[in-house]
Design a protein around this ligand. Structure first.
Ligand code: G1P
Length: 293
């Protein structure tokens, strides 16, 4: 089997209900974090790992994603004329990526979204990135998973140990953590209650998958929330082949949740050259006022 990961799938067909009304007519994936839409962080993360082809699964009200990654001649001309070379460079950097878009007709779940990408992936392994999980730039996750895939030749899921109180928001695996944070997975369950969770190892939004997931996705019945769940398809696949997890110990922001989104905004603003100085002074001022209250 081919071992190089060349493609990444980014599901973006969800309804974004947690951010209503902001997401009534605009995609959640286009919500900005400082000066870039959420989805661009995931694209840049994958590109930094050598991935150049992106398959974005879109749905209703998602045209802005395609426009964002498209060439914008008029804008480029106008930036050129007004001598805004820094901004022009930023915009031009978007032209490095290659995209294919597939429209998911109905938001039937993550598993269903991935199944839509089958014709584009054919017989290659591929990465999946859920753009509302933002990985602190510089913390190595996808690259480490790709290295592990070279070694093991099996699907690799990114895992994070989370408090029991948060476990019902995630797919959860069972298995023993071995050296280097690698887990040989023995079972998977989507969003269990804290009492039923088999461990504290939650699946976070980075996966390296192999094409044999597609027949499983075809077979799987609607699961948690009535949706076609990737976790359930992975359970089916686990009966046929080993699947591994990789425990991430770096920083992740769950920007699919309001507080997580705000935390990601603060963290990334503090890393942003243009705003960090002013913004950190402002935060210290706010913190001082909160303390006095
Ligand atoms: C999805 C997956 C879940 C995983 C999570 C990571 O859930 O179904 O297994 O733990 O992403 O972010 P969602 O957040 O789309 O409900």
């Amino acid at each position: 089997m081919e071992k190089t990961i060349r493609k990444a799938i980014l599901p973006a067909g969800g309804l974004g209900t947690r951010f209503l009304p902001a997401t009534k007519a605009s995609p959640k994936e286009m919500l900005p974090i400082v000066d870039k839409p959420m989805i661009q962080y995931a694209v840049e993360e994958a590109y930094a790992c050598g991935i150049e082809e992106f398959v974005i699964i879109t749905g209703k009200h998602k045209r802005a994603i395609e426009d964002h990654f498209d060439t914008a001649f008029k804008l480029e001309e106008s930036l050129k004329k007004s001598g805004k070379s820094g901004l022009l460079e930023e915009i031009n950097r978007l032209n490095r990526f290659h995209f294919a878009y597939i429209r998911q007709r109905e938001a039937l779940g993550l598993g269903h979204a991935l199944a839509c990408a089958a014709p584009f992936v054919k017989d290659e392994p591929f990465a999946v990135l859920l753009s509302d999980d933002i990985i602190e730039p510089g913390d190595r996750l996808l690259g480490a998973m790709m290295d592990l895939y070279q070694e093991l030749g099996a699907p690799i899921l990114a895992l994070e140990r989370v408090p029991r109180s948060e476990i019902q928001r995630y797919g959860v695996v069972s298995g023993e953590e071995g050296p280097r944070g690698v887990v040989r997975i023995t079972g998977l369950v989507e969003k269990p209650s804290p009492e039923d969770a088999p461990s504290d190892m939650a699946i976070i939004g980075r996966y390296i998958l192999t094409p044999d997931i597609f027949p499983e996705l075809e077979r799987v019945k609607p699961g948690k929330g009535g949706e076609i769940q990737l976790t359930d398809a992975l359970s089916g696949l686990l009966e046929k082949r080993p699947i591994f997890g990789y425990i991430f110990t770096g920083k992740r922001y769950d920007a699919g949740d309001k507080v997580g989104y705000l935390k990601a905004t603060v963290a990334l603003a503090l890393r942003n050259e243009q705003v960090s100085e002013q913004f950190s002074a402002y935060l210290l001022d706010v913190a001082g006022r909160l303390k006095k209250q």
